[in-house]
Design a protein around this ligand. Structure first.
Ligand code: C2O
Ligand code: CU
Length: 466
């Protein structure tokens, strides 16, 4: 078992381990994943392997990749399809794959609580019925501060029936990487999470993109950074938000910029621009507790000759029924905190604990969670496997309703969310999506259980100390 051990916060070496019935849960989930009539099985082969990755002309770094590329291939499918991914591990250490944002059975969630890690040389098949349209992503869920930072992430796009029709659609995976002068990817173990020196769009450092004059494009933007906040600006001109992490909004919303913390996605309509224009894709200054003094460029958009536009954006994109109405009482308080660790580094905590075993939730019971950030830095809160609605931010209802799986909780702030566990029992988790914070303990395991099978919260920590 030594290979699954990893150090948590320097106190003990612990092992996360799946329960004994993990094989049976997997076989059931595999069998149940059948496409809708008219749907397809989308088969994808992903090979986790080291490769030379060219991040700008003439410069490469040794990356950990899917299929030799950073990011991994864009996976595209439709609602009602089944995604079947055959993951082969050619790395020197175990790995797993998490399908960030996707509503799937616990057995396919890719955490070390629902499957045994995929050992070097081994193959594992994820088989997932796709229920929702949206901009999702996949990433390693093992030793993430190494594996994800070195390149193990990619986009998953699921399309629905009534998608807005724009002139062109692009997927922009924004990220950063710490690349040294000789192309080495240094790994910082700094627990607060460091921003990499290279700013990447689809694996290229500050690339140039081309758009036709007069056209309006749909951009699906994913922040795959380990710690970097992106306050997205398209040349400081307004854009239309079409959707967020959990798919389309009810109606487009015009914004000047949008904060995208690690793990989050946004779907926007960009343009039209005048031929000959140059538009900088920026991250505006944002202080997540460590500060960012200047706007930073991610890419440059050059506007080419004018072309006809056939873009139509409906005023109504869909209906999102509110989960709660009127004043609510929280059923759970999730406190995001920090303390000085025994080794002089910061420990990141949920409810004063590293790697919390939180209470079960019961299928069908509305969850109202108050997420309180008592620390001095922002934390992007991520819930696995289920969408939530933001009910309030610091006591104020949000300007528009959306489905989310990741929400920023500012330093000293409070975000109230609502969600309903549908019938997908098993082991789930929530955590900060700054990968170093997650690794340093800011995460909780919990179970979704069926009514009647409700058990007392497990006294047994899922972490076996060795
Ligand atoms: Cu994208 Cu457990 O995370
Ligand atoms: Cu955090």
């Amino acid at each position: 078992m030594a290979h699954t051990a990893h150090a948590h916060a320097g106190h003990h070496v612990m092992v996360h381990a799946p329960p004994a019935d993990v094989g049976e849960a997997y076989r059931q989930a595999y069998k149940q994943a059948e496409p809708d009539p008219g749907g397809a099985v989308v088969s994808v082969e992903l090979e986790a392997r080291e490769a030379d990755w060219q991040f700008m002309p003439g410069r490469t770094a040794r990356a950990w990749t899917f299929n030799g590329q950073v990011p991994g291939p864009v996976i595209e499918a439709r609602v009602g399809d089944v995604l079947e991914v055959r993951l082969t591990n050619r790395l020197s250490e175990p790995t797993t794959l998490h399908w960030h944002g996707v509503r799937l059975p616990a057995a396919m969630d890719g955490t070390d609580m629902v499957q045994h890690p995929v050992e070097p040389g081994a193959t594992f098949v994820y088989r997932i019925k796709l229920l929702d349209a949206g901009t999702f992503w996949y990433h390693s869920h093992s030793n993430e501060t190494v594996q994800v930072k070195r390149g193990m992430y990619g986009a998953l796009i699921v399309r629905g029936e009534n998608e807005p029709v724009l002139d062109r659609e692009r997927v922009l995976v924004v990220s950063d990487a710490p690349v040294g002068p000789t192309g080495e990817l240094w790994s910082s173990s700094a627990r607060e999470g460091r921003d990499g020196n290279l700013r990447l769009v689809n694996g290229a450092a500050e690339p140039e993109l081309m758009i036709r004059g007069g056209q309006v494009e749909r951009w699906r933007v994913i922040n795959a950074s380990s710690a970097r906040y992106v306050k997205l600006s398209i040349g400081r001109r307004p854009f239309l938000v079409l959707g967020t992490g959990g798919g389309l909004l009810e109606a487009p919303v015009r914004l000047g910029d949008a904060l995208l913390p690690p793990g989050d996605r946004i779907d926007i309509a960009v343009g039209p621009f005048e031929p000959g224009d140059t538009v900088a894709l920026l991250s505006e200054p944002y202080d997540r507790g460590f500060g960012s003094a200047e706007a930073e460029r991610f890419a440059t958009l050059r506007v080419g000759p004018r072309a006809d536009s056939r873009a139509v954006i409906a005023e109504r994109l869909r209906i999102i029924a509110p989960l709660v109405d009127g004043p609510v009482t929280a059923s759970r308080e999730v406190r995001l905190g920090e303390r000085a660790g025994a080794d002089g580094e910061v420990d990141y905590l949920i409810n004063e604990t590293q790697h919390l075993r939180a209470e079960d939730v019961v299928v069908g019971e509305v969850q109202i969670w108050d997420i309180v950030n008592t620390s001095t830095v922002d934390h992007p809160f991520h819930l696995h496997g289920f969408f939530f609605q933001v009910v309030e931010r610091d006591g104020t209802a949000p300007a528009f309703r959306s489905w989310e799986d990741t929400v920023n909780v500012p330093a000293g702030g409070r975000v109230c969310i609502a969600w309903v566990p549908d019938d997908r029992p098993g082991e789930w988790m929530y955590h900060c999506h700054i990968l170093e914070h997650h690794a340093a303990g800011m995460m909780a395991h919990f179970r979704v259980v069926r009514a009647g099978s409700h058990r007392e919260p497990s006294q047994v920590s899922p972490h076996v100390q060795v």
